[in-house]
Design a protein around this ligand. Structure first.
Ligand code: 15L
Length: 270
């Protein structure tokens, strides 16, 4: 399948470009910065979404593309206007161009922070109500809404991946529950690109962690078979002292984003 990966030079995008070709996908990478290295015979487009030149480059990059994996976006907390631009308007722009180009499958990099203030007393399912823990999470909730709109209005198959902690290896106690390994990220996106989907579906994106906080049922229904488990690193991580942040971050699924007591970030002009 020919797949456009936006955010192709980012952390997850780089892992996808390295791993998805082995599943038979031909890739076009689009990012505001050039990738450190071109992989195989992928096409690379350097363009800034949200600009007229970026819109034109996006239309060109979509030529012949069957599915989009939209991973571009600010990966951390930011002001509300920046979050709305980066997650909501940019996702709408990519979805709009993809729909016009005849793309029928759209995979979106959402985040656990869309439900970050959910207490983690039980395994959290995708029926959890939106409970963002940050403006970043607000942007992800709204961007999932845009995906749902395109699914219902245009019949596109849209999969929102509520990704946990994408890292080479888990580093904290929370990560023992929230880790998504690079290899499992590739497995997850391949499943989201190829699994049976009607309309819009949200799934959690973590490895097969023994201490998982999120239900992987919907992801497994797409064909996702995670192979990694953060538990391999548990003895090492748990040998260190448990900090106040560890304790507070274990209350709700968004962890550090949710326990932060600092004011929400504002742009200076507001
Ligand atoms: C995310 O969605 C963020 O992009 C990343 O910076 C981490 O905060 C991660 O979630 C996490 O929850 O660990």
């Amino acid at each position: 399948m020919k797949v456009l990966v936006t955010g192709g030079s980012g952390a997850i995008g780089t892992a996808l470009r390295a791993g998805l070709p082995a599943y038979g996908h031909d890739l076009v990478s689009l990012d505001r910065v050039a990738p450190a290295e071109v992989v195989g015979d992928e096409d690379v487009v350097v363009a800034e979404l949200g600009t007229p030149a970026g819109a034109q480059a996006l239309r060109g990059a979509l030529d012949g593309v069957e599915a989009v994996a939209h991973f571009a976006g600010i990966p951390s907390e930011t002001s509300l206007p920046a979050a709305l631009e980066s997650h909501v308007s940019a996702t709408d722009a990519v979805l709009g161009a993809a729909q016009v180009a005849g793309v029928r499958r759209f995979v979106y990099a959402s985040s656990n922070h869309a439900v970050g203030f959910t207490p983690r007393a039980t395994i959290v399912g995708t029926d959890a109500r939106p409970r963002p823990d940050s403006y970043y999470g607000v942007g992800k909730v709204a961007a999932e809404g845009v995906c749902s709109l395109y699914a219902d209005r245009f019949g596109m198959a849209c999969v929102a991946l509520r990704i946990g902690s994408f890292l080479p290896r888990p580093l904290t106690r929370r990560h023992l529950s929230t880790w998504l390994s690079p290899d499992d990220a590739v497995r997850l996106v391949h499943a989201a690109l190829t699994g049976s989907v009607q309309g819009f579906v949200a799934v959690y994106g973590i490895s097969a962690n023994t201490r998982a906080w999120w239900d992987l049922a919907e992801a497994r229904a797409l064909g996702y078979q995670p192979a990694d488990d953060a538990e391999v690193f548990a003895a090492d991580i748990l040998s260190g002292p448990e900090t106040d942040l560890d304790v507070a971050a274990a209350e709700v699924v968004g962890g550090e984003f949710a326990v932060r007591q600092t004011p929400l970030p504002r742009e200076e002009t507001r």
